[in-house]
Write a protein that binds this ligand. Structure first.
Ligand code: GLT
Ligand code: MN
Ligand code: MN
Length: 389
């Protein structure tokens, strides 16, 4: 098999400790795999060629650990990272598992819970920074509702904003070099989650005290659950300079949050995503937020992890092939034909341009008569993916 698809740390692939450590528990059934030690995941992932691991505070330090237990755990974990040459580029807070968060964390009706959530996040930020994280993710799994009558809706947005603003200031006050990335999800575990899509988050960010400090962490499965086009969400975030992090996985539309192996379901969408990131030379971490099928044992988990990275690299190679294919590029040049004079006319308003524009005859019926050759382009794309070109 080609070495081209062997992951290397320079590919910047990361996995959450909670992904390869997922024991396969679901709402209907118990764990099917033993829990693995974080230090073991670090070792196994480094052998597979990953760059690093990401974590929630409680993926590493149990919720009820004492200060000295915490320090001992962190010390051993740091040693494992060093031994394996692995990094922790992203960290986050578990604000969803403990029953105290059953009605939300930053958006709980109870001010004590909201304050505890901010306190817990401050400690988790300290932990993340101690481990070297530069991106801090906020996924509000419990920030939602089943009973909308229970909350004054606008308060929930305000509370969420107050918490993020507070934590941004905390980071600056500590002198940390850390940026925040907000991750949207439409539902699950709540019946409905507030600010359910990347688009909602992009707007919310602009209402914060320090918008440049905050970006998004879109997840393939989450936009797909909502029936949206993930690629379009990522494009908008990228164009806005807000793609701080990305959660790669796969998902069938209209299902529960499946977190499937990257590229296992929607190959064309995964291809176009990889092509987008590679063409843009995006410098962020390629983070896999997925887990092995519940049918798998430990060996299946490492097959899953290797598969995520291998598929990304195969799709990267396909993107290169697509970009070098003379027929495809010729077709694209025709499809995306330029007209410098007209483009200048409609960019940047002036009264003179408006009157020039009013005087032009575009012969729309003539333009409309011509097909766009997208059938041909899509077939060529599919053939690249199927390996016959
Ligand atoms: C959880 C969730 C993910 C988030 C993780 C970060 S935890 O597994 O399903 O989408 O990215 O909090
Ligand atoms: Mn995620
Ligand atoms: Mn998910």
């Amino acid at each position: 098999m080609s070495d081209l698809f062997q992951p290397k740390p320079s590919d910047r692939f990361t996995f959450g400790l909670w992904t390869v450590g997922n024991p396969g528990r679901d709402p209907f059934g118990d764990a099917v795999r033993p829990t693995v030690a974080p230090t073991y995941s670090v070792k196994k992932l480094s052998e597979l060629g990953a760059y690093g691991v990401n974590l929630h505070d409680n993926d590493l330090v149990p919720f009820d650990a004492t200060a000295s237990e915490r320090d001992q755990i962190v010390k051993e974990f740091k040693q494992a990272l060093e031994d394996c040459g692995m990094k922790v580029p992203m960290a986050t807070t578990n604000l969803f598992f403990h029953p105290v968060f059953r009605d939300g964390a930053f958006t709980s009706n109870n001010p004590k819970v909201r304050a505890f959530a901010v306190q817990k996040t401050m400690s988790a930020i300290d932990l993340g920074v101690e481990l070297g994280a530069e991106i801090y993710v906020f996924w509000g799994g419990r920030e939602g509702a089943e009973v909308d009558a229970s909350k004054n809706g606008p308060d929930t947005i305000k509370w969420f904003r107050d918490s993020i603003n507070f934590l941004c200031d905390y980071v600056k006050d500590q002198g940390y070099d850390l940026k925040f990335a907000l991750e949207a999800k439409p539902n699950e575990p709540r019946g409905d989650i507030y600010m359910p899509t990347t688009g909602h988050m992009l707007h919310f960010i602009e209402t914060l005290d320090d918008p440049p400090m905050v970006g998004v962490n879109p997840e393939f499965a989450h936009e797909t659950m909502a029936g949206l086009n993930f690629l379009h969400g990522v494009i908008q975030a990228l164009e806005a300079g807000k793609l701080f992090h990305i959660d790669l996985n796969d998902q069938k539309m209209g299902r529960f949050d499946q977190d499937l192996r990257f590229g296992s379901e929607n190959i064309k969408a995964a291809f176009l995503l990889v092509k987008l990131l590679e063409d843009a030379n995006w410098g962020g971490m390629k983070h896999f937020d997925a887990h092995a099928y519940r049918t798998e044992d430990e060996e299946g988990v490492w097959d899953f992890a290797a598969g995520c990275m291998r598929t990304y690299l195969i799709l990267k190679e396909k993107a290169k092939q697509f970009n070098e294919d003379a027929e495809i590029q010729g077709l694209l040049a025709e499809i995306q034909s330029k007209d410098a004079e007209l483009e200048a006319l409609i960019s940047g308003y002036s009264a003179d341009k408006a009157s020039q524009l009013r005087g032009r005859d575009f012969a729309p019926d003539q333009i409309a008569a011509k097909g766009h050759a997208y059938e041909k382009l899509d077939q060529l794309t599919v053939e690249v993916l199927l390996g016959v070109r």
